[in-house]
Write a new protein. Structure first.
Length: 300
């Protein structure tokens, strides 16, 4: 297994993953659009590279984790992008939540250049990245997956091969559809319980101990009570993900009305200026500074 790893995109989750790789003894080359965000990683032993191309030239396996499909296009196909480097016989792994179509495009481009590719989006948020317990959903070639699996084990807990190129992204869409339901349910639970005069800490404990228990309730409801809206996952990125899911559903001629409503709510949250908050800030459509701000259905 190679010890030369490249990592492009060191945001909240990417930075945590790089730390795990460094602790595991990997030599990690990093690139981020904002160099200052890599300073802590450089102090921990990561090596800064000026471009995605330079990351490729100095690495055998290259991971990417950026914000949007357009960012993925740029880092792979830009003038100093991944595919402009010495990519032959190497493996690229895009962990961005992106489109299945783009994942397939990257896979075929890599093959044409004598390389291999996986789309491997993750779930688990900032806590999963920090604790090394991410869920990883991989699509692409089986051989590439088997080669990368030992690296996935460094920062992942549940690691599954989903199928051919693009299937990892489809799996992530299924994941986001589920999260959309649990986040809206968790938010409305708190709104209802508060209006009914229940103790919110007690109701979280009670509901969390029964059949309605879920990750969002356990991890995000306590943050809301502390008015902690820091991003484990950005609102703006969740809006992007839900749009991708709905676009793919339209292609498959299926209707997802609950997901459509969740996307509408999160879009409204972003439009109100909270796009850089964590997804738990959905509660702000009802509460502001701990106080109810709306009781009219048509306002939500």
């Amino acid at each position: 297994m190679t010890k030369r790893v490249g990592f492009i995109g060191t945001g909240v989750m990417g930075a945590a993953i790089v730390k795990h790789l460094l602790k595991a003894g990997f030599s990690v080359n990093v690139y981020n659009r904002t160099k200052a965000k890599t300073e802590g990683l450089q102090k921990a032993g990561a090596v800064w590279q000026e471009t995605p191309k330079q990351v490729v030239d100095q690495s055998d396996v290259i991971f990417s984790m950026v914000g949007y499909p357009a960012d993925v296009e740029e880092i792979y196909y830009g003038e100093q992008g991944i595919f402009s480097g010495e990519i032959k016989n190497k493996i690229v792994v895009d962990m961005t939540t992106s489109t299945p179509t783009l994942a397939e495009k990257i896979y075929h481009s890599a093959k044409e250049l004598g390389a291999d590719s996986l789309d491997a989006p993750v779930s688990g948020g900032d806590l999963g990245a920090k604790n090394g317990t991410l869920t990883i959903m991989a699509g692409g070639g089986v051989s590439a997956y088997e080669k990368i699996y030992p690296i996935f084990e460094v920062f992942g807990k549940t690691i599954n091969y989903q199928g051919t190129a693009g299937k990892g992204q489809h799996a992530k869409m299924a994941n986001q559809i589920m999260i959309a339901g649990t986040m809206t349910g968790m938010t409305e639970l708190l709104v209802y319980a508060d209006a009914a005069g229940l103790e919110l800490e007690k109701i979280i404990e009670t509901v969390g101990g029964g059949s309605a228990a879920n990750w969002s309730l356990a991890n995000y409801a306590p943050r809301i009570l502390k008015e902690d809206y820091s991003p484990g996952f950005f609102v703006k990125h969740f809006v992007k993900d839900l749009k991708i899911a709905l676009d793919e559903a339209e292609k498959m001629k299926i209707l997802l009305p609950a997901t459509e409503k969740a996307k509408e709510l999160y879009q409204k949250l972003a439009d109100k200026g909270w796009e850089n908050d964590g997804t738990q800030s959905l509660i702000k459509l009802w509460w502001a500074d701990g106080k109810p701000i709306s009781t009219e259905k048509d306002e939500i």
